[in-house]
Design a protein around this ligand. Structure first.
Ligand SMILES: *Cc1c(COP(=O)(O)O)cnc(C)c1O
Length: 361
């Protein structure tokens, strides 16, 4: 018997048990091929089928047409922070950024290294506790793009409405909420996500780019740094993160088998309602860290009356198998990362613990 914790790690994060079991079953002999997928050529028919299926699943689940290129790249979301301005800010152009958290700010910083950067909104002075009203986001009408971070993993805030940018391409870092809810993904010219929160293991990054935006990309970049290279080669320009793509395909199948994005949204809504409900039911003890309107469905952040109590909360929770609760070092407190693979039953168990902890404190 294997004992598994309730895993609130922010990333790499919990994976669906069904997926891990499939990986285990298939690890030594992938579907009768006589070898592990880890040992197979990325140009062989086994991996080619996996790559094609993963691309098709992304399009199917997110409701995208074939005018979207689906790429599986190495380098993490952080590489895209640099590659996006390199590829898409033309000579003399400005790129606009919405600064709603540490990752959003990192993306903006990378742009500053290569291009003129406009801050379209920032809640930094408010310690990133809130999200902007759409009318607060301001940028030049000829900006190369507007970049947002759809879910702020560290601070626990999320866009629940998106700016209508008209002719300015909308670009989003969706690392920590991709495929967690129904959304019009067609409003984005480019979006990307490191897999290690909602889609799979670390090591592979999903990048989705609409054809018309890709066509505006800068020429003359080193091949490996150009999105066009990877789009033209179905992510097989060089050896892709084979195992990550394989696992992402399994996670996407798991999402499809569990009701697709509608199913994920329903589950995630019930989870966050339960957890925020427990926080708000004890306002003198548990204090939500983010402003209510901007609360994230994926990363629930809270403070307790003292750091001492926070440390006890983390230690006592661990004794019950609830792990990964320490807030990011930059903000402290408690963070529950409740990505797709965390179940409603696990949140019920957590809420029960919170109630007992509060009464015993
Ligand atoms: C985790 C995370 C990143 C960093 O991803 P890496 O794959 O480590 O580069 C970037 N943006 C957001 C929103 C994240 O949650």
């Amino acid at each position: 018997m294997v004992t598994r914790h309730v895993n609130f790690n922010p990333g790499p994060a919990a994976l669906p048990l069904d997926v891990l079991r499939t990986v285990q079953d298939e690890l030594l002999d992938y579907q009768g091929s006589g070898m592990s997928i880890l040992e197979s050529s990325h140009r062989g028919k086994e991996f080619e089928a996996i790559n094609d299926e993963a691309i098709a699943l992304v399009r199917e689940l997110l409701g995208l047409g074939t005018d979207y290129h689906v790429l599986f790249l190495g380098g993490g979301a952080s590489s895209q922070f640099a590659l996006i301005p390199m590829n898409f800010v033309g000579a003399g152009q400005t790129a606009a950024y919405v600064d709603t958290g540490e990752f959003a700010s990192k993306a903006m910083k990378e742009c500053r290294n290569v291009a003129e950067t406009h801050v379209a909104f920032s809640s930094k002075e408010e310690k990133y506790r809130r999200m902007p009203h759409m009318s607060e986001i301001k940028y030049p009408g000829d900006a190369a793009y507007l970049h947002i971070c759809s879910n702020n993993t560290i601070e626990g805030t999320q866009f629940h409405e998106f700016p209508n940018t008209g002719n300015v391409p909308l670009v989003a870092d969706m690392s920590s909420d991709i495929a967690s809810r129904q959304l019009d993904y067609g409003q984005f010219s480019l979006f990307y996500a490191g897999a290690q929160k909602n889609l799979g293991p670390a090591g592979v990054t999903l990048v989705v780019i609409r054809d018309d935006f890709l066509a505006t990309g800068n020429k003359g970049l080193p091949s490996i740094l150009s999105y066009k290279t990877h789009a033209d080669n179905k992510s097989l320009f060089n050896t892709p993160p084979v195992f990550g793509v394989y696992m992402m395909k399994l996670v996407l199948e798991w999402i499809r088998n569990n009701g697709g994005l509608a199913g994920m949204e329903k589950r995630n809504e019930a989870k966050k309602d339960l957890l925020y409900g427990a926080i708000d039911a004890a306002p003198d003890f548990y204090k939500g860290a983010a402003e209510k309107a901007g609360r994230s469905w994926m990363n629930v952040t809270m403070r307790l009356p003292s750091e001492d109590l926070e440390n006890r909360f983390i230690a006592d929770a661990k004794k019950e198998g609830l792990v990964g609760l320490k807030g990011h070092r930059s903000v402290g407190g408690i963070r529950f990362s409740i990505y797709n693979a965390v179940s409603l039953e696990e949140i019920e168990k957590t809420v029960d613990f919170m109630d007992r902890f509060h009464r015993s404190a």
